[in-house]
Each structure stands twice: as C-alpha cells, then as structure tokens.
Design a protein around this ligand. Structure first.
Ligand code: PLP
Length: 465
C-alpha cells in the first residue's frame, strides 16, 4: 500500500519517522506479508523476530551452558548470561541497581503471585485496586482475604473507562488502620487501552501505600522510567515486549519493599542454608530468595538480546507508530455507519490517541442497534486470516463496566444453589440474558502498518447493513 498520498499521512505526519519499522517487518517478520496474515493481537503476544531467533540459536550452538546453581565452567558461563539479562532489564526501565532487583519468573502472573503470597496482608491493612485489572492482579485479593485484609475496588467510568482522579485521591488519602496497604493497577489496561497516570505512584507512596504496577501491556510500546516513578513492584512478561522467548517474565522490586515480603515457603535455589534435623532455613538475600528452582537459563540470554533489539529500534519510534495507527483505526471505526445512519461500532475506552495505547475494544451493532455476537465476529475474522481477540481478555472488571453487567445481576447468578461451585460460560450467558458477555479486541504493536488497519476496516465493513 502506498501511503504517501493517503489521507492517513496528512493526519499523522509523524508516522513517516517510523519508516525503519517497515523494513524491519520485511526482514524479521516475512510471514506476515508472505501469507497475508493480518496480526492484530499484540496485547496478547508480540511476534518472534527472525534475527532474535538466529542470535539466540547461535549462542546456544556456540557455548557449553549448564545449570547455573554451581561453579563449574558451564555453570559459570550461564550465570554470566543470566546476570547480563538482569542488568539489561534494569537498564531498560532505567532502574538504579542500588535500589531495584529483577527477579526472573515464568511470566507476569508468577511475578504477581510472588507479591500476593508474600505481602504482609493483615486485618488492619488494605488491598486497593482498579476495576480494570487482569485476573492475575485480581487474584491477589484471595491472599489478602485469607488474612482478613480488606479489598477495595476503584471503579473505572464509561465512556473512556478512566478512573475519576478525585475519587482515587479520596481512597489513597483515607487514613489507614495501621497495617500494610498495597495499591495495584495496570499502567495500561489490557481491556480498554487506557493508560492510567504514573503520577499515582508518588501520590500513593506519599500516603503510605506500597504500589504494584502491572506493566505487562504498557512496556511493549511505552518507556517505563523507574528512576522517575519509583513503584515498589512491577510485573512483566517478556514475550509481550519482543515475542520470544515465552516462559520468562520478571518482578522488578524496590529493595525496601522486597524486604517487607514474607515468603510462605522455601525451595531449591532460594536459601543459603536449610536443614532437615535443625528444622530451619535461611532465605537468600535479594532476587535469589524469590527465584524458585532452576531458572529458564537457556532462554534468559534471549531476554538480553530482545531488550537490545527493542532499544536499537527505539521505544519512541514504536510508540509513535502505534499511536498514529491507533488514532487512525479509531477514527475510521467510529465513522462506519449502516445505510440508515446507525453506527456499526461502539468503543469501550478513549476515542482519541491521547493517554491510551494500541488496544482498541468494541462491539459491532446491526442496523437496528442489536449487538452482533463477538463469537461470530471472531469466526469470520479467523476465516479471513485476521488474528484478533474476543471475550473479556481475563479482565472481568473492565468487561462488567463496558457491558453494563451489574453487581446485583452477578450476585444473583453466583448465589443460585446450582452455581455454588460450578459455573460454565454458557450458564453465565443465561444469567445475564440479553447482554453481551464479551467484546472484540484489536491491538496494534511493533510492526503493525496501515495495511493491517485498512484490512481490518474492510473486514468491519462486511458487517454493514
Ligand atoms: C495487563 C496484563 N497483566 C498481566 C497479564 C498476564 O500475563 P501472563 O499471562 O504472561 O502471565 C497479561 C496478559 O495478557 C496482561 O495483559
């Protein structure tokens, strides 16, 4: 597609500064255009660049690498690569190594679980979180509740699905009862694409909260500067930033906050000494005390390469490209109308490219205003070789607000005797009869281009009339 004279170019002139990404797409992701695959699911996972694979495979071929829990040469070399990956991540988020540690985990979920299971929740503490969190952040509430700790949700508000700042401030400024308080939110919602303000971090800390920022959906297209914002905990999965490898994530923790955590167990790799007869263990300091068992040590060198790959491209270029394409996608979507003037698309989230990322969630409606089932949209997209996502994306709070599902409806559904321990998606659908149970999510990323967006618009137009 020639974009020089396309109205998009005039509307988003800064897109031209990201042209290097077009070359990168050809070189590193040839399959996309080779087989005509329209990939629109970057929030779920980035794509694997060929150069990263090659570099990683060459490293594995050219070195003898052993389990790092030893001092032999194969082990020592692995340790060097693992430590390089750790330092690369600290550098990537501009974190001072004197202040922060990087704990490697299997994914963002595992990072969040490390905090949840070890945070000193108690009856006089609180767990505060926004409505639009991923389930892996919601799930921490179960650890809080098990220790009698209050859990409070801060709502997001339609149509933009942002939090009312004054309301949040009232929660943060409320005096506590003396116990530790944890505030968790996504830097970018994986449901609506909303970017919540990072200046909530200093505000919350100033009022005595520990702050957990789920950066999983934010970092792939935005710079996260920990020296500037100084959150206590940050969760991340690496495949979301550069596609490969899967199975590796991290928890970045501020050392004083990490020192407050109380691990519920010990494991191989996490102790200095553990004794059977003496019935005691001593947790290792820093990240070692939190990395259970053998890390994914053959994959970790690829983390360093992946971070270098993104840094060489420049996160600002990625951000600019995604911002321009997202703005254009939204503009095009909201202008689609049936012949009777009824709008085809209702977006859940901001309709501008300001303080939002490249995740756009919506439902399609027919000419009589009836929602088109998101599962039908998905099936037709699959047939057209378009990869998108439908449902609630593990973000039930976002879905409930967007789709107007009320607490009363949910509670009457969950309290039916037959639903005490078991509820299928079909049962749930019956409970909220007449309402959509999900939405369609299109997300843009590293090598998205105008042709991807236009292909989706052409696909959406097939639902008109
Ligand atoms: C915002 C957000 N947080 C957390 C996660 C969990 O990531 P993972 O499944 O890699 O643990 C996701 C995954 O989609 C996400 O989008």
């Amino acid at each position: 597609m020639t974009i020089g004279t396309h109205p998009f170019s005039a509307a988003y002139p800064s897109y031209a500064t990201t042209r290097a990404l077009d070359d990168l797409r050809q070189k590193n992701y040839p399959l996309l255009d080779g087989i005509g695959h329209v990939y629109l699911d970057y929030t779920a996972g980035n794509l694997t660049p060929l150069s990263l694979l090659d570099r990683h495979m060459a490293l594995l071929r050219d070195h003898v690498l052993g389990n790092p829990h030893s001092t032999n040469p194969a082990s020592a070399l692995t340790t060097t690569f693992v430590e390089q990956a750790r330092l690369s991540m600290l550098e990537f988020v501009n974190a001072d190594p004197d202040e922060y540690v990087v704990i490697f985990t299997a994914n963002a979920t595992q990072a969040l679980k490390l905090v949840g299971e070890a945070y000193p929740f108690c009856a006089t503490g609180e767990y505060l979180l926004t409505f639009d969190n991923h389930n892996s952040v919601n799930g921490i509430r179960e650890y809080a509740r098990a220790k009698g700790c209050r859990t409070t949700y801060v709502p997001v508000v339609l149509p933009d699905m942002r939090v009312n700042d004054a309301e949040l401030a009232s929660f943060l400024e409320r005096p506590g009862e003396g116990g530790p308080r944890l505030f968790a939110y996504p830097a970018q919602s994986n449901f609506s694409g909303v970017q919540h303000p990072l200046d909530w971090i200093p505000l919350a800390r100033q009022h005595g909260w520990d702050v957990l920022v789920d950066a999983a959906a934010f970092t792939p297209t935005n710079r996260l500067d920990l020296t500037r914002w100084r959150p206590d905990f940050v969760s991340q999965s690496f495949y979301k930033i550069f596609g490969y490898p899967t199975g590796v994530g991290c928890l970045i923790a501020r050392k004083p906050a990490l020192a407050k955590l109380r691990r519920p167990w010990f494991a191989g790799g996490t102790i200095t000494v553990a004794s059977v007869q003496g019935d005691k263990f001593y947790l290792a300091e820093g990240e070692s005390g939190f990395e259970d068992g053998t890390p994914n040590y053959l994959a970790l060198p690829a983390v360093e390469f992946g971070l270098q790959y993104i840094s060489e491209i420049g996160i600002e270029a990625i951000h600019t490209r995604v911002r321009c394409l997202t703005g254009w996608l939204i503009e095009r979507l909201v202008n689609l109308q049936h012949s009777n003037g009824a709008t085809l698309v209702r977006i859940y989230g901001p309709r501008s490219d300001v303080r939002r990322g490249g995740t756009v969630t919506f439902n399609l409606y027919d000419r009589d205003g009836r929602a088109i089932d998101h599962r039908d949209v998905e099936q037709r997209a699959n047939a057209a070789n378009i990869s998108l996502r439908t449902g609630c994306f593990c973000n039930p709070g976002g879905g409930e607000i967007a789709l107007g599902i009320t607490g009363t409806e949910l509670s009457s559904c969950f309290h039916q005797p037959e639903h005490e321990t078991h509820l299928t998606v079909d049962d749930f659908r019956l409970c909220i009869d007449g309402k959509s149970t999900g939405a369609v999510r299109v997300s843009l990323g590293l090598v998205s281009n105008l042709a991807d967006v236009e292909a989706f618009i052409a696909f959406a137009q097939t639902f008109l009339n």
